[in-house]
Design a protein around this ligand. Sequence first.
Ligand SMILES: Nc1ncnc2c1ncn2[C@@H]1O[C@H](COP(=O)(O)OP(=O)(O)O)[C@@H](O)[C@H]1O
Ligand SMILES: NC(=O)OP(=O)(O)O
Length: 319
Amino acid sequence: MRLVIALGGNAMTSGDGSARPEDQRTAIQGAMRSVADLVEAGHQIVLTHGNGPQVGNLLLKNEIAADVVPPVPLDWCVAQTQATIGRLVLDALDEELGRRGHPSRTAVIVTRTIVDRDDPGFLVPTKPIGRYATAEEAAAMQAHGQHWVEIPHKGWRRVVASPEPRRIPEVGTVRALLDDGFVVVCAGGGGIPTVRQGEAYVGIEAVIDKDLTAALLAEQVGADTLVIATDVDAAVVGFGTPHAEPLGAVGLAEIRRLASTGAFAAGSMGPKVEAVTRFAAHTGRTGVITSLPRIDDAVAGRTGTRVGPDPVPTGTVAT
Ligand SMILES: Nc1ncnc2c1ncn2[C@@H]1O[C@H](COP(=O)(O)OP(=O)(O)O)[C@@H](O)[C@H]1O
Ligand SMILES: NC(=O)OP(=O)(O)O
């Protein structure tokens, strides 16, 4: 099977979102054990990943050091996270496959994502990035013109513009590498936000939602399944309440109905549900939301929230 697997940025850090290098390495090593199982089973794999905590940290460092070294714009920071996270994935997958005596052919590529310059996402910042802060810290930053939102039970987080992903110019390269037997790591952090100006490719300051880019990528590479891997085993109805129910197999009509009731939070589970819904609607195939260590079980249909075209696919449970 051809699989696109999206690894969550928060799930690749620690619970506090601080993105310490050792936490990222450990989380990615854990995820690559599942990915290595899939490689050994003969699947063709495209990996993509989030960068919310990491890109927020880079942006903050740029701002703090602006008087000393020239700051770079946010799209440059996104490009930098593709390299650092891609490198950790490369190391971890090579090591894991090497331990198993399996050849590792992994390619990490820098990719852009084309967006519309007049996307409404530039008007209202919605994409949470960086560390969590207290209400007092957030208020101080808001006074400097930044946008911050409160994430229930976790604290305050900075938000930036997040336009819709429209096209991934490097998708032909991704397909060629896949056909040649490579595991491809691409579209990290949703891709480098880019607009076209005539023949020119021009970076634009934003962070694209990696789940929505993963759906586009999965569609464009002809994936059989889209896997959104995060830090929970499934999307939950009644999340955070005593009546919480993990969702298993669900059809398009039902998932859209649940989404319209606000069951899935904006900026976290909302875009994941939207991504698997788009993939299922556009391709007639299945998208699944699951946790990093359970990716192989989810691909086998044994766990996760599986969204497929109506009628509802059968034979799966959420956890
Ligand atoms: N309805 C829901 N079901 C499950 N998780 C939810 C729901 N609503 C919000 N969440 C939150 O979404 C988080 C996953 O989203 P996010 O942190 O953005 O993931 P990632 O960084 O891994 O892409 C979970 O840790 C959980 O706290
Ligand atoms: N770019 C992006 O969506 O990153 P996260 O998944 O880390 O939020």
